[in-house]
Design a protein around this ligand. Structure first.
Ligand SMILES: Cc1cc2nc3c(=O)[nH]c(=O)nc-3n(C[C@H](O)[C@H](O)[C@H](O)COP(=O)(O)OP(=O)(O)OC[C@H]3O[C@@H](n4cnc5c(N)ncnc54)[C@H](O)[C@@H]3O)c2cc1C
Length: 208
């Protein structure tokens, strides 16, 4: 099966992408394409236009921002897994990402794409909700932060407005004694989970 016809726009910067998205209700963002392209080919989605944000510079930054770990939307799963700041501050994220698909997909799939797609079987939305992360979206009226618990409205359904794009995610830094425990059941390693569990445990200093 092949995708239905669509037009393609390679965004030169964030404002350009927001402008095109605001003008067309049926336009969608293309990031790593690892979820969107299969959906197009299976005709589960037939957008009028793909707005490719993958060449926008500066959207893949990973840094400590105050008391949070900031991950730019275009950081790939592999970027995050190989990042020292993540390793030092949120090693559980690396363990969780090892369960996401396979290296080829992790080299293209983006953090923001996984968060924005809101697949109920995906690992990162669960991590964002469990850790009380905030999703930063940017639109015609500027930026706003949405708590992950309010960001997800249902299966594949989020609070992103038509003119908005996810630009980053802020995870509160883990406190001393705090642990994130994650496990999932799937047929083969790297498959989407059939069932998953994530727990955010606030332990005492002695539990470390
Ligand atoms: C074989 C296979 C196995 C996989 N297994 C897993 C798995 O086990 N666990 C898992 O979590 N994922 C899995 N994935 C999905 C993978 O993690 C994707 O990378 C991820 O879901 C989407 O990221 P992307 O950058 O590819 O987004 P895209 O495919 O480009 O986009 C996905 C959706 O998000 C929207 N979008 C993307 N970026 C933004 C943004 N910045 N702002 C607003 N909207 C945006 C797009 O419009 C689209 O609707 C798998 C994929 C494949 C092909």
């Amino acid at each position: 099966m092949k995708a239905a016809d669509f037009s393609y726009h390679e965004a030169v910067n964030l404002q350009d992408a927001i402008k095109i998205k605001a003008q067309d209700d049926e336009a969608v963002i293309l990031a790593g394409g690892q979820s969107l392209l299969p959906a197009l080919n299976m005709r589960l989605s037939s957008p009028t236009c793909l707005i490719d944000i993958s060449k926008i510079s500066g959207l893949n930054e990973i840094k400590i921002d105050g008391q949070t770990l900031f991950i730019g939307a275009l950081a790939t799963h592999s970027d995050v897994m190989n990042n020292k700041i993540v390793k030092d501050n949120m090693p559980c994220m690396i363990d969780i990402l090892k369960m996401v698909a396979h290296p080829a997909i992790r080299n293209k799939g983006t953090h923001g794409g996984s968060i924005a797609y809101g697949d109920p079987a995906a690992e990162l939305p669960a991590l964002a909700v469990a850790t009380n992360a905030e999703i930063i979206v940017s639109g015609q009226n500027g930026e706003r932060l949405i708590n992950a618990k309010e960001f997800y409205l249902g299966l594949f359904e989020t609070g992103i407005n038509q003119d908005e794009i996810v630009v980053g995610i802020k995870y509160p830094l883990l406190k001393q004694g705090q642990k994130i425990v994650f496990d999932e059941v799937c047929r083969r390693h790297g498959d989407y989970a059939m069932a998953g569990l994530i727990a955010n445990i606030m332990g005492s200093k002695n539990d470390i």
